[in-house]
Design a protein around this ligand. Structure first.
Ligand SMILES: C[S@@+](CC[C@H](N)C(=O)[O-])C[C@H]1O[C@@H](n2cnc3c(N)ncnc32)[C@H](O)[C@@H]1O
Length: 289
């Protein structure tokens, strides 16, 4: 196995401050908790199944038509499962996260693999990445993965300018983000009306618990759609991740069969109206430069 390891020192500024008291959320202190809660069970398997289906099909097609491996960037990569699988498929992958602990976990999973992979690692806020990539003379990317990062950024919209600077002219963005509508719907089903009243009075929701995986700064799909339009992207794929799994309080029938749940999640993930109820939404959009 030969992987190119670089720039892996923890970044001194783990929390990137915006203009007010909002800060980007590094997962350094909750890496174990995140791994267990998000990827330790069926929830994570559904998430990865939908992302694999959406991304790998497109990547194979594009790579064939270009006649070369793709250049892929994973920003806010965490455990970087999809990026690492793309590297195993032969693509050139750059992996970034603000958290050294998260990338250490991703690297540990690479060590278990035996083939030669083309991966470079950057522990830093994505806001410092363009400069590092320019210094390393790294070109633009055919595909950028940005999964479950948006909702942890103090200034989520600003990441769109970063994508513009790093994507090739007809490059594709794979943007997966928390769907705030799913929070409302789940709490409606659970009868948590007091919570919904409190949230609507505050007009946003902040979990006080430091280990909470409830996103700090959720962005509605309409807002993301308007950013994509302003930045001249054409949406090519839209899916919902976990369109029914998280709403089930009484497990019956097929709910007891994890494979069947994944099969049904995949089937309904691209059908309206179900896809709009996904806990996360996945949009693949091509830049029209
Ligand atoms: C919810 S996790 C998502 C990880 C992975 N992309 C996934 O889908 O499983 C969010 C990740 O974004 C990272 N992060 C937060 N702010 C960041 C920033 N400004 N630059 C780069 N990564 C950041 C966190 O450390 C964390 O690993």
């Amino acid at each position: 196995m030969s992987t190119e390891h670089q720039d892996t020192q923890p970044h001194s500024n783990h929390l990137v401050a915006a203009t007010d008291d909002r800060i980007d959320r590094s997962f350094d202190g909750i890496a174990d908790h995140f791994e267990k809660k998000v990827y330790g069970g069926l929830k994570g398997e559904i998430r990865l199944a939908v992302l694999r289906r959406d991304i790998f099909g497109y990547v194979e097609q594009l790579s064939q038509s270009l006649g070369r491996p793709l250049r892929v960037l994973d920003v806010g990569a965490g455990l970087a499962q999809i990026a690492l699988e793309l590297a195993e498929q032969g693509h050139h992958v750059v992996i970034n996260d603000i958290s050294a602990n998260m990338l250490a976990k991703a690297k540990a999973s690479v060590k278990q693999k035996s083939t030669a992979l083309n991966i470079s690692w950057h522990v830093c806020p994505y806001q410092a990445l363009a400069e590092k990539l320019a210094t390393d003379n790294v070109g633009k990317f055919d595909l950028i993965l940005c999964h479950a990062l948006l909702e942890w950024l103090a200034e989520p919209k600003a990441v769109m300018d970063f994508f513009d600077s790093q994507l090739t002219d007809d490059g594709v963005l794979s943007l997966c983000f928390y769907n705030p509508a799913s929070f409302d719907y789940r709490n409606l089903i659970m009868g948590n009306f007091n919570l919904l009243d409190a949230v609507s009075e505050k007009s946003n929701y902040h979990a006080d618990n430091k280990k909470s995986l409830t996103p700090s700064y959720p962005v509605a799909k309409e807002e993301v759609a308007s950013w994509l339009q302003q930045h001249h992207y054409k949406v090519i794929i839209e899916s919902g991740l976990r369109v029914f799994h998280d709403y089930v309080s009484l497990k019956r029938g097929g709910h007891n069969d994890p494979e069947a749940v994944i099969r049904m999640e995949l089937r309904y993930s691209q059908q309206a109206p179900y896809k709009w109820l996904g806990r996360y939404l996945h949009v693949m959009a091509m830049r029209q430069a």
